[in-house]
Design a protein around this ligand. Structure first.
Ligand code: PMP
Ligand code: GLU
Length: 397
């Protein structure tokens, strides 16, 4: 008998966080690590948001907030959905949580029973499958290839649906591929769900504002499935607020009530000060968001250009988020004379040990042919990282 529950023993550690921890550790030991592993903006939180948090402290927002979030923040979220997405939600449809990660966990644990199937397009974000495991439900993967810009087709979706399918989870813009589904592509998926009335759709829109091809499109816009869509979003990525830990969900009041019950027993309401800061983020002007978007766009172009100069690396052009997910199979089976690159995990170990660049193996995201770079760091560090990677890869024969 072990001390730790089977549930937790079966749970994998988050590979993105593990790689980030490892690179922090190496850095603290004095190694010159460039960390392209974790997905987090390198910008500071904009000043007007920090000011709002300071004011909230002075105004004594030090008491338990409502479990589902302050009414003014939930109202601001409703307004944001109306203004930016043309979606109508009432406060009863909104719950604020400790990060979008908790919003996703709330939704999954509130909706799924053991044995329910959840369809996930691969490549997917690391935590979906593990949260689904916690709910004792079964992830069913649909594989999208680099040739199709890592997007699934309606035919693939239709084929994966069974009477046990309860939920579909995806992100657009996507972590880890940066792919962005167009309005037409989303409509085609929505039309499939329209005829399968028991399936819910969790649309993870955390990268909404980091989109290089135009305005954000949400699958919740389609009337034929709207009531079954759960939209998850948050302030972490768009407003450079990863450490503030505020995410939110919009869904039917039945689902929101279930999440409220769960959250009330597990964490209570999200940090009061961070909620007030998020209120300023969602009601303030978006000029700092636009400035960050411009930088991400330039960095995307820079990284793609530099990666294309490296032999054997195959990339798509990511239209959003701040990741590139190149195919690196060219290097599998090669060696520098000491280590053999069996697959993406060995390649990532090699890059970390040889040239101190931290990236994440695609296996963590359901695609063992690729590795993920987060380019949410300065041009200077990106240029240096790509120089080191090119040199390290050139030694593999
Ligand atoms: N969804 C995706 C696709 C993400 O990349 C992240 C980043 N951690 C999250 C959700 C969770 O974001 P947070 O908990 O910081 O709001
Ligand atoms: N979403 C980021 C990433 O994928 C943050 C790390 C995490 O929460 O897993 O790297």
């Amino acid at each position: 008998m072990t001390t730790i529950s089977e549930r937790i023993c079966k749970l994998s550690e988050s590979e993105t966080l593990a790689m980030a921890n490892l690179s922090r550790k190496l850095k603290s030991q004095g190694f010159d690590v460039i960390n392209l592993s974790i997905g987090e903006p390198d910008f500071n939180t904009p000043d007007h948001i920090k000011q709002a948090a300071k004011a909230a402290i002075d105004q004594n927002f030090s008491f338990y907030p409502p479990v589902c979030g302050f009414p003014d923040l939930r109202e601001a979220i409703c307004q944001k959905f109306k203004r930016e997405n043309n979606l109508d939600f009432k406060q009863e449809n909104i719950i604020v949580s400790t990060g979008a990660k908790q919003s996703i966990a709330n939704a999954v644990l509130s909706l799924l029973d053991p044995g329910d199937e959840v369809i996930i397009p691969a490549p997917y974000w690391v935590s979906y499958k593990e949260i689904i495991k916690l709910a004792e439900a079964k992830p069913i993967y649909i594989t999208a290839s680099i040739e199709n810009d890592f997007k699934i087709t309606p035919a693939q979706l239709e084929k994966a649906i069974t009477p046990k399918t309860k939920l579909f989870i995806f992100s657009s813009p996507c972590n880890p591929t940066g792919s962005v589904y167009s309005k037409n592509e989303l409509k085609a998926l929505a039309d499939v769900f329209a005829v399968h009335e028991k399936i819910y759709v969790l649309s993870d829109e955390i990268y909404e504002h980091i989109n290089f091809v135009g305005s954000h499109e949400s699958i919740a816009q389609f009337e034929n499935i709207r009531k079954r869509v759960i939209v998850v979003n948050g302030v972490s990525k768009s407003f450079a607020m990863t450490g503030w830990r505020i995410g939110y969900m919009a869904a039917s009041s039945e689902i929101v009530d279930a999440c409220n019950k769960l959250q009330g027993q597990v964490t209570s309401g999200a940090c009061a000060i961070a909620q007030k800061a998020s209120l300023a983020a969602l009601t303030g002007d978006l000029s700092s968001v636009k400035t960050m978007l411009k930088s991400f766009h330039e960095r995307r172009d820079l990284v793609i250009k530099l990666l294309n100069e490296i032999q054997g690396i195959k990339t798509n052009v990511p239209n959003g988020a701040f990741y590139v997910f190149p195919d690196v199979t060219y290097y599998f089976g090669k060696t520098d004379g000491k280590v053999v690159i069996k697959g993406a995990p060995e390649l990532c170990d090699y890059l970390l040990n040889k040239v101190y660049v931290a990236v994440v193996p695609g296996n963590a995201f359901g695609d063992p042919n690729c590795i993920r770079f987060s380019y949410a760091t300065s041009n200077k560090l990106l240029i240096e990282a790509m120089r080191r990677i090119k040199a390290a890869l050139a030694e593999l024969r």
